[in-house]
Design a protein around this ligand. Sequence first.
Ligand code: 5RP
Length: 222
Amino acid sequence: MTQDALKQLVAGEAIRYVVEDAVVGVGSGTTVNFFIDALARMKGRIEGAVAASEASAARLKAHGIRVFDLNSVNELPVYIDGADEATEHLYLIKGGGGALTREKIVAAVAGKFICICDRSKLVPVLGRFPLPVEVIPMARSHVGRELRKLGAHPVLRENFKTDNGNLVIDCHGLSIVDPPALEAELDHIAGVVANGLFARRPADVLLLGEAAGVRTLARKAG
Ligand code: 5RP
């Protein structure tokens, strides 16, 4: 099975988690694009969607799915999004597409976060995928110096601006043994808007596309 076929498989499975007559949170990326295409087939049974990126909003609208501003939505039972890396504890690295801040906001609001990935994203320890950090432009050099102190090799993402008009620094060379602690530490650097670790609000369910089918990992309570 190709990677795209696995993404399509897992995106189709995520449809089972969509709550009818409600607004659904939609992340971004190539796996989520397959999910949006599948969602279009049941668009008459949902109220609409909140999108975590301009690209996803455009794709939803192209399918005729109503896109709401997050501020106008009182309840968001489910959020569906992909990831760049995931652990069995359902800690994630996200932001490969640069939408990490909005993704984190929508995930924070959602009742349930369903993460959809192909099998290649499952890792024992996060950090092989460079950890994205969204940064206010004037703080670029300061944040870079602070990231180096934490053992990262920071690389500015070239010719890239987030939907919020900010920069992304990708942190190479990290082996992230305590994701919640590093997430908090990075958030405390002045000029950091958000970082791509989703550990303090991890996924609730991880759907993994494998050749044998979809494997479901659920976060244990507590
Ligand atoms: C974007 C993200 C995506 O969820 C992540 O990059 C995974 O993307 P893909 O499904 O294309 O592999 O965090 O900011």
